[in-house]
Structure formats: C-alpha cells, structure tokens
Design a protein around this ligand. Structure first.
Ligand SMILES: [Zn+2]
Length: 285
C-alpha cells in the first residue's frame, strides 16, 4: 500500500501591500525581511497543500490558490504571476489526476485561498475546478462570506461562491472536528470568522496548515498580524497557543504565503518568542 503523501504546490506569486500584511509593525522593521516594490507591495506566494491518502481513497487539497479568473484591474493591483495554466494543470504536472480530487478543504474564502475553486469553460462560463470534490468550509465562514462587511467585502468573490452554492458540492463544517482518520480541522477566528486549519496525521507525524494565522514565517512574532484581521487580539491568543503546542509536539507547520520556504518547525525561545527552522522536501513545488 502506498504511504500517504503530503505535498505543497505554489499556484501563483502575488504582491500584497506590505503595511496591510504587517499591521501595526512599522515599515523599518519589516522592509529588510520583505523588501517592498515601488508600490509598497511585498512578494508572496499562494500555496496549496495536497494530501494523497490512497488507503482511504481520498485526495485532498488544502486551499486552491488565487485561480485564473481575474481581469486587468485585479492583475494591476495584485501583480499575479501564475505558475502554470491553472491548478489542475499544475497538479497533473506532478503526477496527480485533478479529476481524482475528492476533498477541497478551504481554510477560508478570501480570494487568495479560494479563487481557484472556479475555472472558466470554453464559452467563458464559470464552473467548479474540481467538480467531484466535496468543498469543506466552516459554516461561520460561509455565512460571513455571503454577507461580508464593507471592510472586507473586497476579499471575497460572490460570483465564485454562487457557483459553489449552486453545485451542491458545499459541505458546511460546524467547529473543530475530524473529517476522517487522518484529517481534522482546528478553528481560529481572529483573521476572519470560522477560519479552519487543516491538521494532517502523516506517517512522519502531525502537520498543520497555518493559512492566515501565520501567513509568512515573520508572523511567528506574536504582534505581527495583518491589518486585515478583524480581531487581532484573538489572533495573538490563538497563535500563542498553537505555536506552543507545535513546539512541544514537533509539528510540521505549512505556510500558505511565505515565498522562501513551505515548511517549518518552531521552538520556544523565551516568553512569547519562537524560533523558526524552515525547510522544504522533495514533495514541495
Ligand atoms: Zn485571508
């Protein structure tokens, strides 16, 4: 029997405003780590997790990248640099059958994590990129994204969410729970209500996909939180608890946005401080 494989794949690079990514942290502190371009954008990636569990007959995606359904205005703002035709092609390129994806686990519905749920057909009509997959979203995130506030409405794609809703492939998840013997979700809500983190039991130990709790490794510093977070103090509490736990258990952490390395382990380094040791494996693209 093939052992389960946990891989990561970068869908695209993008540029997001450095001040927005770092919240209250002054630019002199972050600009040496994340040099901004002439429009104050820092380079990030949009990274997905791929978990192939042949014994259970499941192929999981953890987030699906920015997708390709973007016009010139968004392109000008976010400077998307796509890694290939789309995520389906990228998966096929590393040996996964995109039509075999059984589960799409969305951490949350911000476009840089969920934009890839939709592709355009030959006639330009939108359809699901992974039509056979169940799409797991926290119920609280789904309700929020369908009626966002004026502050965060620009982070969601109502047209994409309508395609998912009409497909009948949406699975609303209520709180933390196991989705099967190897995959469970944790819930943290400081970034956006009902953000869920995929936790995977591999033969090498536990892995946790951090989504926007720790978007890049710089964010292991507790006060480094995006300006997007609607409850930053809650993010600090959740981040402290999860990083302490990960340090204790030697959990492999996966980053959704860090351009330098997909994986890391952390160690505690005094009160509220963590040291990060980043790495990549042959399964990371
Ligand atoms: Zn987000």
């Amino acid at each position: 029997m093939t052992a389960p494989r946990l891989a990561t794949i970068v869908d695209a690079e993008l540029g997001l405003d450095g001040g927005m990514m770092m919240g209250v942290v002054p630019r002199p502190l972050w600009e040496t780590v994340h040099p901004p371009d002439e429009r104050n954008r820092i380079r990030l990636v949009s990274r997905c997790g791929v978990f192939s569990d042949a014994a259970a007959g499941r192929l999981w995606l953890f987030d699906v990248g920015v997708g390709r359904d973007w016009g010139a205005k968004s392109q000008a703002i976010y400077d998307f640099r796509y890694r290939g035709p789309d995520l389906r092609a990228l998966l096929a390129g590393v040996g996964y059958d995109p039509d075999a994806v059984t589960d799409v686990l969305l951490s949350h519905l911000h476009f840089d994590h969920a934009g890839g749920i939709v592709v355009r057909g030959a006639a330009g009509a939108q359809r699901l990129a992974f039509p056979r997959a169940r799409h797991h979203v926290q119920a609280a995130q789904w309700a929020w994204a369908r009626a966002p506030t004026v502050r965060d409405a620009g982070s969601f794609r109502p047209d994409h969410l309508a395609v998912l809703e009409a497909s009948g492939r949406l699975d609303e998840v209520d709180g933390p729970r196991s989705l099967d013997a190897r995959v469970s979700v944790r819930v943290v809500s400081g970034h956006t209500p009902g953000m869920q983190l995929a936790q995977v039991r591999t033969d090498d130990g536990e892995a946790l996909f951090l989504a926007d709790l720790v978007p890049v490794w710089s964010h292991v510093r507790l006060p480094w939180i995006t300006a997007h977070d609607h409850e930053p103090l809650r993010t600090i509490e959740d981040k402290r608890a999860l990083l302490r736990e990960a340090a204790e258990h030697g959990t492999t952490l996966l980053s959704g946005h860090d351009p330098s390395a997909p994986r890391a382990r952390v160690r505690t380094a005094g009160d509220d401080m963590f040291e990060v040791e980043t790495f990549a494996t042959a399964e990371d693209r």
